[in-house]
Design a protein. Sequence first.
Length: 393
Amino acid sequence: MTRSADIRATHATPGPGEKAPGKAVYHRIVVKLGSNLLTGGGQGLNMEGMASLVGQVARLHQMGVEVLVVTSGAIASGRALLDRIPDHRGVPLRQVLASVGQGRLMQAYDNLFGEYGITVAQALVSRGDLSDRLGYLNVRNTLNTLLDLRVVPIINENDVVAVEEIRETRFGDNDNLSAMVANLVDADLLMLLTDTAGLYTADPHQAPDATFISLVEEIDGEIEALAGGTGNPQGVGGMVTKVQAARLATASGVEVVIADGREEDVVLRLARGESLGTHFPASTTKMESRKRWMLSGLNSRGALRVDLGAARALRKGGKSLLPAGVVAVEGDFRRGDVVSILDGDGNRIGCGLVNYDAGEAAKIKGAQSRDIQGLLGHEYGEEVVHRSNLVLL
């Protein structure tokens, strides 16, 4: 083992650290559940295991924590129903299995969460949805609205139509998708729950002297190499894709933990900040990451000049920008573009993703939100820029 890897290998065996407080220390959490975890390593869904995990998420939900679930298991569920289908990895067959299994997977979640009086919503997402400008905005706004309504989103890859993702270049058994979702909704913590305790210096099934790594402060070539040999039979997302996901999420200001989902109350314990699994601290703050993306990821396509009251509400109140506060529209931008927010003196006070194009914004500027439908004949929300899509300078 190399010296830098040795520094990171702080525990010989995984286990709880200091006693964590009873209250969750995170406000918004993405929980990714892997195929082997949901199936118990066998065919079909392991309802007992799913019930335990759903129960933990439900308890967090009842505590006021916002939780999104990124789930695998559709293909495995479909394979169990079509038990005479040969087991191979052809793309059309896997799409058929996903199509058959997705409904059963959602039905399971709906029934299990329903026992706690919690409403769930299905969200099928492909890489293209998040790469496209409007797709990114639509998915982000939808997920944020679901959370505002206290609905638990159940997110999965859209395997039925996303051929490029169902091959080896897909998100990676939802690992990378979960990281992108965590970035998308500004999550505080991403839990990658699987059927192994976390990252080791070698495959523990083949190397009995493998050392468990409880903390990875920097994901470098050595760490990626350690993750490269681990996989599982049900999905394509082995440890390598989990480390890739951790790299993406931590760079977006999200903490990441890879842990064994079979541990008792693992979701609750991680939410309380207990030391389980392999922890990847965020490498930047969410605000720094958001600013960097807003300011340099896309060029500003225009500007919205706001009045004194709106500027004050944005700066001090953490409010969304409503049409009533807009006094002028500059530039030719489209819905989903980044626009600058200017005060009455023309000073740039922020930037954000706009919900309306320039022509629409000009028609509703100064108006009350309730009048948007009448002025435009449609409505994309009561805000010109939602607070979750806004960065102040």
